[in-house]
Design a protein around this ligand. Structure first.
Ligand SMILES: NC(=O)c1ccc[n+]([C@@H]2O[C@H](COP(=O)([O-])OP(=O)(O)OC[C@H]3O[C@@H](n4cnc5c(N)ncnc54)[C@H](OP(=O)(O)O)[C@@H]3O)[C@@H](O)[C@H]2O)c1
Length: 420
């Protein structure tokens, strides 16, 4: 597989198989690049947003293979929506990667992630960003330029005024979610399609029908999925930091029959991407305050199994004080977006909440809900019925100082919570 390449409209060749690096930190990315290159990979996909360009760059510089034999892609952040911001970010990428040039530079998304697929299409802004891409290309900072997540009208917007046509569009394309019309449109316009999340971010690995077809060819579902995209004429960039997975992902020396390709094109669309569904690229909404996830002052604890039955959604608990000789307990509670506890009352005691991060709600019975942010302090008196938790779109964290015995009551009704 390693010798297979495709040709971009400006005659640059791109290896058909690349390594994705989303969700790898600098250290993991450096290691993964080194492992992948020693196995034979020559194409690495990163992005400003992955915050691992420095790690990818280190991996490239220490891998022992000449720079010109490697193909490195990075992406201008979805939020950089004017000429100056895009141009500055390209120079920053070169500095972080520690490279003289980037092989392929693409606009990560037509809209900032928080507005992904919303009304404002950023048509003029994308033209301005494209100009910065063209200038970087003309200046020799990048060997090819392209797009990602662009729909047909986003592409038309660029085509109607560009001097240099986009060479690629990197889009979500895997078995059970293949945008065939968009692929055909791009291919007709000389725009090569790169398939991201080619194995559905891992969400199709247990798919029974795919397992059966894969078995017929004596391959894994991951291999079948990669081969499917390749037979559609797409570049694939599966992500893994596991050398064994890297190895098998390159063993694609089999051919899916035309009949099976037709079956694969029609596999029921995937319903959800599990715990990753909130990423905009999988049709979700980017949650706010992701930084809270790891804990703000104190580390986020384990999954809060002890109180799970009194919560809607997932929370995490780190016990800070549980000393029988003092009459308060102290815990750090982290709430995923949409998570909240049931209505409850502290009997024979009280509770003090010290909000450390994110955005949340506190409500006492018969009163309006109060919006909470870091630095807020809430005191709940003995006998007062109340609840607290995250907003729908944000992580949330507080320290709870609690005395007495909680009496747990009914969950907060979905319609009440949704209307906040
Ligand atoms: N342009 C965009 O907006 C955009 C969006 C998403 C992704 N991307 C790019 O596309 C790349 C790939 O997409 P992705 O990371 O979402 O998902 P993916 O490559 O479809 O799937 C990655 C998942 O599959 C697992 N996996 C990989 N090879 C495997 C194998 N042989 N057997 C079993 N499991 C295997 C990985 O686990 P292990 O790590 O344990 O192997 C990981 O959990 C990204 O890294 C990024 O570079 C671009």
């Amino acid at each position: 597989m390693f010798n297979e390449t495709l040709r971009l409209s400006n005659s640059v060749t791109i290896p058909t198989l690349g390594l994705g690096t989303w969700l790898l930190d600098d250290g993991q990315a450096e290691q993964a690049v080194g492992d992948a290159v020693s196995l034979g990979y020559r194409h690495i996909d990163t992005a400003q947003a992955y915050q691992n360009e420095a790690g990818v760059g280190k991996g490239i510089r220490s891998c022992g293979v000449a720079r010109e034999e490697l193909f490195i892609t990075t992406k201008v952040a979805a939020e950089a929506k004017n000429y100056a911001a895009a141009a500055h970010s390209i120079d920053e990428s070169l500095a972080k990667l520690g490279l003289d040039y980037i092989d392929l530079l693409i606009i990560h998304s037509p809209q900032p992630w928080k507005e992904f697929r919303e009304e404002n299409r950023y048509f003029q802004e994308n033209k301005d960003v494209w100009k910065a891409m063209e200038d970087a290309y003309t200046d020799g900072k990048v060997k090819a330029i392209g797009l990602s997540n662009f729909l047909q009208d986003d592409i038309d917007n660029i085509l109607e005024s560009c001097e240099i046509k986009p060479m690629v569009n990197q889009i979500l394309a895997h078995v059970s979610n293949t945008p065939l019309a968009l692929i055909e449109y791009c291919q007709k316009n000389g725009i090569l399609i790169e398939a991201y999340s080619p194995i559905a971010h891992g969400a199709i690995l247990d798919h029974a029908e795919l397992k059966a077809i894969a078995e017929k060819y004596g391959v894994s579902v991951a291999q079948l999925s990669l081969r499917y995209d390749i037979q559609l004429g797409l570049v694939v960039i599966p992500k893994t930091a596991n050398p064994e997975h890297m190895r098998v992902n390159a063993e694609l020396d089999f051919v899916i029959s035309d009949a099976d390709m037709e079956i694969l094109k029609k596999i029921e669309p995937i319903q959800n991407y599990g715990e990753h569904s909130f990423f905009p690229v999988f049709g979700g909404k980017m949650a706010k305050h992701q930084e809270v996830k790891a804990g703000v002052i104190f580390p986020a604890g384990e999954k809060n199994e002890a109180f799970a039955q009194y919560f809607t959604g997932q929370s995490y608990l780190k016990t800070l004080v549980a000393d029988p000789k003092v009459n308060v307990g102290v815990g750090n509670v982290t709430f995923e977006p949409g998570c909240r506890n049931n209505w409850h009352i502290h009997r024979g005691g009280f509770q003090v909440l010290l909000v450390t991060g994110g955005e949340g709600w506190y409500q006492e019975e018969g009163k309006p809900a109060q919006s909470l942010k870091a630095g807020d302090v809430i005191v709940t008196h003995d006998g007062v019925k109340h609840w607290h938790g995250a907003t729908q779109d944000s992580w949330f964290e507080h320290i709870a100082v609690t005395a007495g015995t909680p009496e747990w009551l009914e969950p907060v009704a979905n319609e009440d919570y949704d209307n906040l």
